[in-house]
Design a protein around this ligand. Structure first.
Ligand code: HAM
Length: 441
């Protein structure tokens, strides 16, 4: 009979060998595809004068409670928090924007020439319900411009995100923009929305009844079909904009038009984080990736907007106008048209190195080092001994040349170079191998 304790122990062991739910390993090509995307995005950002920043993965939880907003799902439901042995209350970053604003103050960047422009890349953590395109650890590429209220900065952020996605091969993308006004005109709008929804209390879902009390703007984010008709006829934020916010939005749309970036005004777009003012935008895919069904809502590949109020929320006094965006890199990589950008360090091997004896193994590093120094990418399988296995590996890789070092070659110092296309062979001294291949590869 099976020992139940033993089988529980075994299933605990099996569980131990699985990564945590919603988190995954990036191995080989998956890692390279991510790195390739990062290099492309960083290159575009660098050309526009952005500089890199890397903030800690752990921050004080309060930074996000205040910054991202205590009524946002990201904070109320999804943030991973922990108490350290010293009693500090920290959080795994659920997004990158409040940390960049924190760094702005910590390093006295108000005294730097404005605006200060950063790009960053790395993992973020949200205790979300994992499904296709939704992870608990996922990767964002972020752009932030701090220290300007000009609409051209909003346009630049949108332009860069759009360009990065386009140059990553994505074709079916749709830019949606909206303006939710500044703190004043948003109050007027919030009141209007509340009055409207109060008239329809009976027709909305329980979540929306709660949102009406805590954060009426999020009513427009509801995906429940029951609320759709109410949402569709709800008042629009652009109608409540004050003259300054209206001008800002008009200028942004003019920039987009002059850059030939197609857009759609989505009056239901309010975004899930509390710090936004004026411009909000998302770039969504219009094509379903992998096993997403036609019923699933369009996936947001990137989102962002202006956050003029965040600095004051965090610092208590100082105002810093800012705008930025985050690209969901995991979602970009799963798109069927993703261009599979390979990182610059990846070089397709041109040569396979075969060794056939202990003496030859001992010479291996000398040969590999000589080729590495002249930047000839090489593949090998030093743990193998047989000629046929190593030749088969070389065939599989499709390399144009193979170096063969047997007992005799290792002792007498010549190596054999075989041209894999015409099968011809030549004998070349080990210290001349690099020169020979440089000329012939
Ligand atoms: P966000 O819209 O919360 O914005 O996230 C940006 C992007 O991250 C989304 O458009 C989506 O592609 C991706 N994303 C979000 N959640 C997940 C998930 N669970 N799994 C996979 N991908 C996901 C922000 O985080 C803001 N900090 C962006 C920003 C920067 N706003 C101003 N500056």
């Amino acid at each position: 009979m099976k020992d139940p304790k033993k089988s529980t122990r075994q299933s605990n062991r099996d569980d131990l060998l699985q990564s945590p739910k919603g988190m995954r390993d990036l191995i080989g090509e998956d890692f390279h595809l991510m790195q390739g995307f990062f290099e492309k995005a960083a290159e575009v950002a660098l050309y526009y004068g952005f500089q890199p920043i890397e903030t800690p993965i752990l921050e004080k939880a309060e930074l996000f409670n205040r910054g991202s907003g205590e009524s946002s799902d990201v904070i109320t439901k999804e943030m991973y928090t922990l108490k350290t042995k010293g009693g500090d209350h920290l959080a795994l970053r659920p997004e990158g924007t409040p940390p960049v604003m924190r760094a702005y103050f910590e390093h006295g960047m108000q005294a730097w020439p404005q605006p200060v422009m950063f790009y960053s890349f790395g993992p973020v953590f949200r205790h979300d319900n994992p499904q296709k395109g939704r992870y608990r650890q996922f990767y964002q590429f972020n752009l932030e411009v701090l220290g300007t209220k000009k609409s051209i900065a909003d346009a630049m952020i949108i332009m860069l995100v759009y360009t990065i996605l386009k140059e990553s091969g994505l074709k079916d993308i749709n830019l949606q923009v909206n303006s939710i006004g500044d703190s004043e005109c948003r109050n007027t709008y919030r009141r209007e929305l509340t009055t409207y929804y109060k008239k329809h209390l009976k027709d909305i879902c329980p979540d929306c009844r709660e949102r009406l009390k805590t954060n009426p703007l999020r009513l427009l984010d509801c995906k429940n079909p029951l609320c759709q008709p109410i949402k569709d006829s709800a008042p629009e934020s652009v109608a409540s904009l004050c003259p300054a916010c209206k001008t800002h939005f008009k200028e942004l749309l003019e920039y987009l038009e002059s850059m030939n970036i197609p857009y759609e005004i989505n009056s239901n777009l309010v975004r899930g984080l509390d710090y936004y003012t004026r411009t909000v935008f998302e770039i969504v895919t219009t094509k379903k990736a992998g096993d997403l069904t036609d019923q699933s809502p369009a996936l947001a590949l990137a989102g962002g907007g202006r956050y003029d109020g965040l600095a004051k929320i965090l610092s208590g006094k100082k105002e810093v106008s800012a705008v930025g965006a985050g690209i969901g890199v995991d979602r970009v990589l799963m798109q069927p048209d993703y261009a599979k950008l390979t990182p610059r360090i990846i070089k397709k091997p041109k040569v396979f190195f075969i060794q056939l004896s202990q003496d030859a193994k001992q010479k291996s590093f000398e040969v590999i080092e000589a080729l590495r120094k002249v930047k000839i990418p090489l593949a090998q399988s030093l743990s193998k001994d047989s000629l046929s296995i190593q030749l088969a590996l070389a065939e599989k890789l499709g390399v144009p040349f193979v170096i063969i070092l047997g007992q005799k070659e290792a002792l007498e110092n010549p190596g054999i170079i075989r041209n894999m296309d015409n099968r011809s062979q030549e004998t070349v001294k080990i210290d001349k191998l690099a020169d020979y291949l440089k000329k012939n590869v």
